[in-house]
Design a protein around this ligand. Structure first.
Ligand SMILES: [Zn+2]
Length: 127
């Protein structure tokens, strides 16, 4: 057997292993990014009423391309205007537990403010 040929095959295998290592690391990196969520001014509701953080989330585009009846149109919602109904269905691709916790905090803070306002209004009626 020609040793040069064997060397060439080994080089190719080594290249494939290196390539596989780096491509598998890219998923790991994206998970790391999810640990430090960056939430913009807006969040997005797709036509299935699922909430996304990323405007260009791949799930939105997959859904739009997979079903011709769905346009991939989004409803843009200011993050601070989130209501409980918006966080019932969330995208598993762009919303992890940390981001979800932030949304729950926003919704609960808003509910508490509404409760406080109602209590002040009720109290002022009896004066
Ligand atoms: Zn998404």
């Amino acid at each position: 057997m020609n040793f040069r040929y064997v060397d060439r095959v080994c080089e190719c295998l080594f290249g494939i292993i290196i390539f596989a290592t780096f491509t598998s690391c890219s998923d790991y990196k994206s998970d790391k990014v999810m640990d430090n969520p960056v939430i913009g001014k807006y969040v997005y509701l797709d036509s299935d009423s699922a909430l996304h953080v990323k405007y260009n989330c791949i799930r939105i585009h997959m859904m739009a391309s997979g079903d011709s009846k769905k346009s991939g149109a989004l409803t843009r919602i200011p993050k601070d205007s989130l209501r409980e109904v918006h966080i019932v269905r969330t995208c598993s691709r762009c919303i992890n537990d940390s981001i979800y916790d932030i949304f729950v905090e926003i919704v609960n803070k808003k509910k508490f403010e509404q409760y406080k306002r109602k209590k002040i209004k009720d109290a002022s009626c009896y004066k």
